[in-house]
Design a protein. Sequence first.
Length: 261
Amino acid sequence: MVLLQSDIQIGKPDVNRKHMQELIQQAMEKNPNTDIIVMPEMWNTGYALTEVHELADPHGKKEREWLQEYAARYKVNIVAGSISEIVDEKIYNSMYVFNKEGKEVARYAKMHLFRLMDEEKYLASGEEPITFSFDGNWTAGASICYDIRFPELGRTLALAGAKVLFVPAEWPHPRLHHWRTLLMARAIENQMYVVSCNRVGVSKDTAFFGHSMIIDPWGEIVIEGGDQEEILTGSIDPALVDEVRGRIPVFEDRRPNLYFS
Ligand SMILES: O=C(O)CCC(=O)C(=O)O
């Protein structure tokens, strides 16, 4: 699995698309057996929220077309981070996922919008949690950046069968401690893999620190990036999820009838 921890040029979808295409090409040339590629959040426009109505991709069509083609060309699953797209006059922060045949297997629109960055003033929120599978072998759950502050989402996805939680992000300084701790907590409490891909670089006054991570279901860090652009490689073993869930049977010990909803 490869994480494209990359910089993003705010408000420049054409530049960003070219950059992402180059990174995918580099990753696949280096290791043609790569099974999954993960990209960061809102990589087409960055947080160009004041211009996002003009910049957002109508129905994600432009980006989905080349992503489908690349997934099929390189025979690789792509968790395509998220893009800003416009659907029925509403703008969404949407994750698209493609399998090795280039088939689109999921679309998830970010459910929790981040007020600190005014997302809710410009974007519409997604209304449903999504699980998906690339080839039917194991199930994954979708979440985007701020979503990881909501343990309910990770839990509902785990209960729906997810063994891996994907988290594309644009998570900035100074909250590295929150980022690492929350990702770790979601992995440990749900006994699932957490795979996060955060951007780097600076946009306007905001600096992004990278530190993309793969965390295993026991809470161990499989890989962690630094704060510069890099193509990170690590692997997951979904069977470890069952093993850890067997070791400490958290899901059997839940008391849902006693919890306040
Ligand atoms: O929750 C945070 O601290 C960062 C969230 C964020 O940057 C986002 O959702 O875009």
